[in-house]
Ligand binder design. Structure first.
Ligand code: 2NE
Length: 270
């Protein structure tokens, strides 16, 4: 794949090719830990991928072979969160998690090396995860004075089961890619030198499928786990499809033409 650098950022890379966007956390010197600015850029990049109709699948990864992401940058952890150059303490990675869930396109985590703390939660909220055989997964919150009780706990339990999720958080152990695969935390393990090739293969298989079927399925999976926000996404798809019908257009046209709408020609299907 010939990736084209399509947007410029400081902490991340944004590249596109053949219907895919690849978003790379580019802070290898800290094992791709994120600071508030990194997360702001990631949010901007995911919004760009969402709005680009030529993009059907997003790949999230980390620069280098050492790490996917080591979570929040502990060097900028201040009184009330992670403090950026603006001096405001934030936990904006939670917004990023919601965006990865709600973007109506599959997001594939491409994981090499460490996938730890908030980094593991990021791969968890992605639709699919392909890992290299050197990947290591785990949470560290209770060791370093943090925790993620949102998707980090609830979605983890839905994904690997209650017992395993509690073990992961309470003991803060590290798990190999094979162990992660066995517990259902990820989708596949491949040799490190085949990681991108395999991830792109999965992305292209998805790109051959009906985009509307894929987007409604994503919303349906979210509806099962994400409460009213998940139902909102699923219902948003129904509204989108409805807007495309003559029936919905009749309502809009009647309003604009200041007449009574005539829905009599639209069937009430069983
Ligand atoms: C990731 C890990 C296991 C890597 O170990 P290793 O031995 O391969 O590398 P090393 O030497 O530990 O790390 C290389 C450099 O990266 C920095 C290190 O401090 C070191 O810097 P220098 O000594 O060379 O200057 N680095 C690595 N991770 C960092 C981080 N997260 N923040 C700042 N600097 C980091 C090992 O480095 C490790 O255990 N890292 C910490 C993992 C961690 O506890 N992350 C935070 C969890 S909490 C969280 O992410 C979170 C949450 O729970 C809830 C909401 C939001 C976020």
């Amino acid at each position: 794949v010939e990736w084209k650098r399509s947007r410029d950022y400081r902490d991340i890379l944004y590249e596109t090719a053949e219907g895919m966007a690849k978003i790379t956390i580019n802070r290898p010197e800290v094992r791709n830990a994120f600071r508030p600015e990194t997360v702001m850029e990631l949010i901007d990049a995911f919004q760009a991928a969402r709005d680009d109709a030529s993009v059907g699948v997003v790949i999230l990864t980390g620069a280098g072979k050492e790490a996917f992401c080591s979570g929040g940058d502990q060097r900028v952890r201040g009184e009330g969160g992670y403090v950026g150059a603006d001096g405001i303490p934030r936990l904006n990675v939670l917004e990023l998690q919601r965006l990865i869930r709600s973007i109506p396109k599959p997001v594939i985590a491409m994981v090499a090396g460490w996938c730890i703390g908030g980094g593991n939660v990021l791969q968890l909220v992605c639709d699919l995860t392909i890992a290299a055989d050197n990947a290591i997964f785990g949470q560290t919150g209770p060791k370093v004075g943090s925790f993620d009780g949102g998707y980090g706990a609830g979605l983890l339990a839905r994904t690997v089961g209650q017992k395993k999720a509690r073990e992961i958080w309470y003991l803060c152990r590290r798990y190999t890619a094979r162990e992660a695969l066995a517990m259902g935390l990820i989708n596949a393990v491949v040799p490190l030198d085949q990681l991108e090739e395999e991830t792109v293969r999965w992305a292209k298989e998805i790109l051959e499928k009906s985009p509307t079927a894929i987007r409604v399925l994503k919303a349906a999976f979210n509806a099962e786990t994400d409460g009213l926000a998940g139902i909102q996404e699923l219902a948003g798809n129904a509204t989108l499809l409805y807007y495309l019908t003559e029936e919905a257009k009749e309502g809009r046209n009647a309003f604009l033409e200041k007449r009574k709408p005539d829905f009599s020609r639209f069937p009430r299907l069983p």
